[in-house]
Design a protein around this ligand. Structure first.
Ligand code: EPS
Length: 362
């Protein structure tokens, strides 16, 4: 049962449905005396919110975060931080025609079978709207990590089969500026333009398309990760796969590593400026489930959104065959908004593991 909490020492619990009164999160375990920059939290929410561009859902939410507790004079107090985000633009009539039908590949069928009851409006709890709560919590985790010298950068590296070239990741804040200069959130401007045109044509055809997000984390000390079950990459994988529409996770060389030989794949240790580094980083910054001090690198793959604006064959709750077509406001491709969700979940995993790592120290 349950399944709405994540993390051990830096722990979150989210609540709320897409068409209920509000969504929100309780963050338990945020260390005291962290500067809680509310403008930063809001700017993170603004990057995820619906209605932000022509290639996202047109639902208009201000997604203004209300911090109800745990912060005093701009700093965390070490007590639970509760964040509430009211829902303002629900349009439940868009869902009345599918109240007793199952959208193919959506959560409709499994939620109905598991719980025997389902808030079908906007997908209820299964809606990606829930991820706004994660972004609010992730922004607080990022503020803690920043105080420890850790930075996270993600961008859209593919839409469908359209792939961005590999980036030079020397300057992550410069890449962040490029990413934020386009609505696709790809840090390669030429590919970003092609992605926008592709998503727009898919939207006009009433269809949806998947994509990939690449993430780099810099400044993580050696030693984060708790073998054998809570290996750092295992927890990152769980975090990514808990995001709506995620179908794949790979770190370092990932699936392509299975096509290489050990002599090519081994990351050779070298000493640079009195620091142990590796010449290559096929390990993606994690060896034996523990961070090795190199950049942590992974990719997350998203399937195409299930709700499409075309007639599809399906079944209703009585088991009769029928047809179904999406109505209303949906994302033709989620990755441009999901970049912020990926960063938030990454921050939550790292904040939790940093606190667990510190528990070993005197
Ligand atoms: C509201 C958001 O995205 C929603 C995610 C979603 C779904 O089925 O996941 C369906 C749509 O909901 P509605 O039909 O109520 O507008 C999206 O707009 C959000 O991300 O904040």
């Amino acid at each position: 049962m349950a399944g709405n909490s994540f993390g051990h020492l830096f722990k979150i619990t989210t609540f709320g449905e897409s068409h209920g009164k509000a969504i929100g999160v309780i963050i338990d375990g945020c260390p005291p005396n962290i500067d809680i920059d509310e403008d930063f939290i809001q700017s993170e929410l603004d990057k995820r919110k619906p209605g932000q561009s022509k290639i996202t859902t047109q639902r208009k939410e201000s997604d203004v975060a209300q911090i109800l507790s745990g912060v005093f004079e701009g700093k965390s107090t070490g007590t639970p931080i509760a964040v509430l985000i009211p829902n303002e633009d629900q349009r439940s009539k868009d869902y009345s025609h599918i109240a007793d039908k199952y959208r193919p590949s959506h959560a409709d069928y499994t939620y109905q079978q598991k719980y025997g009851i389902r808030d079908y409006r906007g997908g209820g709890r299964s809606s990606a709207r829930e991820t706004a709560a994660r972004v609010a919590a992730g922004a607080i985790a990022k503020l803690y990590l920043k105080s420890q010298g850790i930075e996270i950068f993600a961008h859209v590296s593919a839409v469908g089969t359209l792939e961005a070239p590999n980036l030079d990741t020397t300057n992550l804040s410069a890449l962040l500026d490029i990413r934020e200069s386009n609505i696709a959130r790809c840090a390669d401007p030429a590919t970003a333009n092609e992605m926008i045109a592709l998503i727009d044509s898919i939207r006009k055809a009433g269809d949806t398309i998947g994509g990939k997000i690449s993430t780099v984390v810099r400044g993580v000390p050696v030693g984060l990760g708790e073998p054998v079950f809570d290996k750092l990459h295992a927890d990152l994988g769980k975090a990514m796969l808990s995001i709506n529409a995620v179908h794949g996770f790979e770190y370092g060389s990932g699936f392509s590593g299975s096509e290489m030989q050990g002599s090519e794949h081994n990351d050779i240790f070298v000493k640079e400026e009195e620091q142990v580094r590796t010449r290559t980083n096929f390990s993606g910054g994690i060896q034996g489930g523990i961070s090795n001090g190199m950049d942590i690198m992974f990719r997350t793959a998203f399937k195409p959104v299930a709700t499409i604006m075309r007639d599809q064959e399906t079944l209703n709750e009585a088991g009769d065959s029928t047809t179904i077509s999406g109505k209303g406001r949906h994302d033709p491709c989620v990755v441009s908004r999901a970049v912020i969700i990926v960063e938030a979940m990454t921050a939550l995993v790292l904040a939790d593991h940093l606190l667990r790592f510190k528990a070993y120290k005197d």
